[in-house]
Write a protein that binds this ligand. Structure first.
Ligand SMILES: [Zn+2]
Length: 138
């Protein structure tokens, strides 16, 4: 697989992830799937993306239900389609107080990523961290 075809999970602030994704893939190539998707729905949409030759875009991947993410990983292992996913760095990302500072606790941040644990996402995605939660800088 060449650089262009890699599956990428981007973690960063909303403006950053949008900018990053627009650099690696044209908007018209993307096939967005929303986190409310059902188990049946995700298979359907992935097939549709494959048929159209598009790149699947998983928006706010931390919000997907774990059962749906398990299906996603299974589909990704087939290697028939390209996947790009993103999420924020913490629960308040994109919805900060006016001073722009994060007030999430370490526990809230752990809970935010909890859904992604144990799925082996690091095996199917190249993970690109554009930013870390503020707490990790302290
Ligand atoms: Zn926060």
């Amino acid at each position: 697989m060449n650089e262009q075809g890699e599956n990428i999970l981007v973690i960063g602030h909303p403006e950053e992830t949008a900018r990053y994704i627009s650099k690696i893939v044209d908007d018209s190539e993307l096939f967005p799937i929303h986190h409310t998707v059902s188990e049946i729905g995700i298979r359907m949409y992935i097939n549709e993306a494959k048929e159209k030759g598009k790149t699947v875009l998983l928006e706010d991947i931390v919000e997907f239900r774990q059962v749906v993410l398990e299906i996603l990983v299974e589909e990704m292992k087939k290697g028939e389609c390209r996947y790009i996913a993103y999420c924020g760095v913490c629960p308040c990302d994109g919805n900060r107080f006016s001073d722009g500072r994060c007030r999430c606790t370490r526990r809230q941040i752990q809970n935010y990523y909890a859904n992604l644990e144990g799925l082996g996402l690091d095996e199917v995605f190249k993970i690109v961290r554009l930013s870390k939660p503020d707490i990790e800088y302290n």
